[in-house]
Design a protein. Sequence first.
Lengths: 493, 311
Amino acid sequence: MPPRIPCRAHRAACPTPAVRYGIRLQRRLASTSASAPDIYDVVCVGGGPAGLSLLAGLKASPITNGLKVALIEGQDLQKNRLPKDASLDSFSNRCSSLTPASMRNLQEIGAWRHANAARIQPYQEMQVWDGVSDARISFDWDTARSLGPRTPTQPTTIAYMIENVNTVSALLGRLEELGGVDIFASTKVDAIELGTDTEQLDLSSWPVLSLSNGKSLAARLLVGADGANSPVRTFAGIPSRGFDYSRHGVVATLNLSSPGWGGPDHKIAYQRFLPSGPIAMLPMPGNFATLVWSTTPERAAKLKSLSPADFTAMVNAGFRLSPTDLEYLHTLPSGQAEEIAWREKHTPTNERGLPVRVTDVQGGSVASFPLRMRHADTYTGERVALVGDAAHTIHPLAGQGLNQGQGDAAALVRTISHAVQSGQDIGSTLALESYNEARYAENNAMLGVCDKLHRLYSVESGPVVGLRSLGLRAVNAMGPLKGFFMSRAAGGV
Amino acid sequence: MKPSDSLRAIRPIQRHLTTPSYRLIPARPAQAQAPLFASATTPVSPIRFSSTASSQPKESSKSTVDPTEVSHFNALASSWWDPVGPSRLLHLMNPLRHTFISRCRAASSSVSSNSNLRYLDIGCGGGIFAESAARLAHTASVTAIDPTPEVLKIAEAHKRRDPTLAAPGKLTYINTSIEDLPQPKTPQEGYDIVSLFEVLEHVNAPGPFLEHIMPHVKPGGWLVLSTISRTWTSWLVTNVMAEDVLGIVPKGTHDWAKYVNESELRDWFYGKPGWGELKTMGVMYVPGFGWKEVTGSEGWGNYFFAVRRAE
């Protein structure tokens, strides 16, 4: 999740954030702009995966590496880096499933080789099933045959599980190698206002950022990579619409009894749709896995309050017991482990189709966050572009959030690159049009699909359950159709 | 104006009337006039010539700036930089101009310098091309001229919005016609790129007009222009559809009879010693997709044309 950039109220004249960002055309008083701002081509607010990917992409290309760029990040970037000798006995609970398309982009901008490869887990198979009807679909490149004969160059990897801190560290490593970015870390944006029209220069269309270190930067193009509550988006007056799912995502790092049914070289991701939301277990290196369990806020709070033994038992139960059993188990104050052990004896399961048993949960790794669906009305304004969560927030069930941000960054690099080559002002709405065109429809479709899936599987009984099960089984039986879905999920064509 | 309204529609170059054409672009301020192409010597009534009609633009005794065109573009000035305004098609076309110039320079038979290029943009209007040329990494300076005072004011004001362009000597606007621009003292003081985009179709006498321009090109440099072929479909598309029916191009922007065909330019430059390496590129505007290169369309639609001065 990209770090939030706090924006403190600046100066007594603007007491509330709403006032500060809400009035687009507010000009700075002459007395407050005694010194001229430093002029930048690109100022990126937010040093999360999307913002860093954008900057690395710009600096890695000979066309755009002459641009003067700055990064503003509220947190200490060095503190958030993965230590070189990080132990493989513990993993962060914030992980993402990186699609091959995102991975290729990281390779192209030279960041992938800076990642800690031992901590990345590719997976080759996906098992998805309906918690109510048990209808199942399995994804792997062997059963998902394309219409023609399979060629050796076709991928076997569906996606790569990677800790967000690993992605961020790789990008920071690459940026250090490339150089040429003015990084203002541990620095907050106090205010964003339009510049002034002086005798020499008319900066009245340029965003000018006042930083907590006293500096003031004028941006030809201001990039909001500043998360779901993006102050840059607020400055640009771009509305973001959506809703809360009244669901929380519970995450945790899990210890497993073995690397999995396929061994260390054939890892499997599991997702079971429960009426309260999907529970997913994604493979990490060795005997580790990461959990994403979307559920009601009450159940999320209950899960977080459990002892490690009870929590572990609940995760195992989440993939095995019926929705009714699970509902009851959430009402117990404690003692889930014993209760589950008894119930599992009376629930027939095919263990080969389920994730191997969880033996423990990594201390301190259980956390939760509210699930939201948000989409900005547009990704661009005059001298403003939004990337990543600032532009869209998606239900995590397809693991697309970070990938969308990487796709945004790559598309914005292409747009800027084209503008530079044809001498356009990279902050002009005309130059930015192609970025919005390239990303908006695609992201909107993905947001819609994930939202529909969430709704579809929230239904506990009735004809919808039968229909969705039929659909899942039908897709499962049809290799080429499955191949199509898989290549879409992998970010291919 | 319908072709039949103009005597010039039936002048000798009519033999070049070819296949249907396509033309949707709003145009830039006009420049000179005088007899038409030097080669097209058939007497034609000088319809547009009326040097006393307006005193607004700068006019020297020899200037042949068309006052009708000047007042037309004065009226359009304020919307020049509106990305969804009447000049949108020009904005969209601009990247192709650089594509074409890069292609010409890459194909040059000799090694010319790839940096510190000096541009002269004639009929610069609000500065769409001039600004973009000045921002390119290889550009030393851009001199941009236009006889229409109002659009130059817009250009100057817009230039101040970009610190890169405001750097001294980077981009200089001059309110003048090409005839009044002092010629370089030596050929080497000429420009590497002299551009003339969407201007020729507003000029009454392309031949003498080009003669005025050519001394400004440095030996080894390029004269690059874009315009429209004069065909029946270009009249239908640009004058009737774009201006009258769809209204996507401001009314009165185009005078079909002034359009110049690619073959006419080609023939004209073949007769000029010291000029060669002719290049053309036909382009077409496809709604929803933007400007696309269409091979062969230089014969009937919008096209780019370039010619190089021998070193």
